[in-house]
Design a protein around this ligand. Structure first.
Ligand code: MN
Ligand code: MN
Length: 418
């Protein structure tokens, strides 16, 4: 019945649509409807051609209106730049879970891979290390991190929602969810092929080293290791940890603490740029010096706001959508332009140098985290470039009145309307 009613609505829409289609089709290959041959729903005169009589998963397709009905300015030919933790398989163990989107699942994601992890109160991500750098953002709760730097100096810190951490490649570390609600966070590895299920684990190395060697190495009797687990733990349910200050005293080394801080609080940071439509906070080696391989921006876009037309000259962009709903259009050579819809938990990926913009299509703020495999965030604004290019040339190229070109701001608002 519901489906039948929906069809009636579609039929009614089709009649209304047919009227606009005639006038739109007459404007084919004009500005706003540029393709030859014309692409997009506005160019379809017989509305029956738009039907989708074949099998459908309406729940799934309803999430992707811009894929199902692209704007007429979209033109085909681009690798998929949308993915999501929402459809990633979870590995669940006592203590927490993780799911990931690596290049194996998301071909475009060459520079970085992403992991979404949950540790309940006391849940531990086992002591481990890996060849890749690990950048992280806390999305919920509290977590305790421990790390040893390359000069043998330890650090233990507690982080909360909105905080970041960064472990340079190869440095050993642990994570533990704290009470009362545990922790959830997103990790970014600086290699698209890196997997959370393929790290160097303490338990694995101990179990695969002869006990005699262990005894010699640690100057302990062989019997000291007799209860070491035979299988790795990866994530396990631990006891509630002692207070932070106590643990910091326990691990304190005569060598002192690392020179660089491993954590960063985005909530304590003033926006790098703010307008009436949103804000951008840039976190890179200029304010978070340890983060040599990953730069980030925390972007807020208010309803009706637009993350302006821009690109990043030095690195691919990996986006994690924290809240809100929006759509992003990516522009490539060809020309190619593709629009995709994003929701919380989704991932967007834009190759280095490709133009893009993000519209807030919902009624709440978008919060989106952009990460880049680089030490310094860099961005080119289309508007700023035009405002700072020879005016006559811009006017000639775009066949626009030079007095209008002059009105384009030389500053870079990032989020418009400014
Ligand atoms: Mn790790
Ligand atoms: Mn961008």
């Amino acid at each position: 019945m519901r489906e039948f009613s929906r069809r009636n609505i579609l039929a009614a829409t089709a009649v209304a649509g047919a009227t606009t289609a005639v006038s739109a089709a007459a404007k084919a290959a004009q500005f706003g409807n540029p393709d030859r041959p014309p692409e997009g729903d506005v160019n379809v005169k017989n509305r029956q051609a738009l039907d989708e009589p074949g099998p459908q998963n309406r729940t799934l397709t309803s999430q992707f209106p811009s894929m199902g009905n692209p704007p007429p300015t979209d033109v085909n030919g681009m690798a998929m730049f949308w993915s999501s933790f929402n459809l990633a398989h979870k590995r669940v163990q006592d203590g927490g879970w993780a799911r990931q989107v690596t290049q194996a699942d998301f071909a475009i994601s060459e520079a970085v891979s992403g992991v979404n992890m949950r540790l309940g109160p006391g849940g531990v991500r086992e002591l481990h290390w890996h060849q890749q750098a690990e950048w992280a953002v806390m999305t919920d709760g509290k977590c305790r991190i421990s790390v040893l730097d390359g000069d043998g100096r330890p650090a233990v810190r507690d982080v909360k929602a909105g905080d970041l951490w960064y472990f340079p490649p190869g440095l050993p570390h642990s994570l533990q969810g704290l009470g009362p609600s545990g922790a959830e966070f997103v990790l970014v590895f600086d290699n698209g092929r890196a997997s959370e299920y393929n790290t160097l684990l303490l338990t694995d190395w101990m179990a695969h080293t002869p006990p005699k060697i262990l005894a010699e190495n640690f100057n302990l009797p062989v019997s000291a290791f007799q209860n070491n687990p035979v299988d790795d733990l990866w994530i396990y349910q631990g006891a509630e940890p002692p207070p932070l200050a106590q643990v910091q005293r326990e691990v304190a080394s005569p060598l002192g603490e690392p020179d660089l801080e491993f954590t960063f609080s985005t909530s304590d940071m003033a926006p790098t740029r703010q307008t009436r439509s949103g804000s951008v906070k840039v976190i890179d080696t200029r304010n978070f010096p340890i983060s040599a391989n990953i730069a980030a921006a925390v972007v807020t876009i208010k309803p009706g706001g637009l993350r302006e037309l821009h690109w990043h000259p030095t690195a691919d962009e990996w986006q994690y959508w924290v809240q809100g709903a929006g759509r992003m259009t990516v522009f490539n050579t060809g020309p190619a332009a593709t629009t995709a819809d994003f929701h919380p938990g989704d991932i967007g990926y834009v190759k280095k140098g490709l133009g893009h913009y993000v519209e807030n299509t919902g009624s709440t703020d978008i919060v989106m985290i952009e990460t880049f495999k680089t030490d310094r965030f860099a961005e080119v604004s289309l508007a700023q470039w035009l405002a700072c290019s020879p005016r006559q040339m811009v006017a000639e190229t775009l066949r626009m009145d030079p007095r209008l070109i002059e009105q384009i701001s030389k500053s870079r608002p990032d989020i418009v309307p400014a």
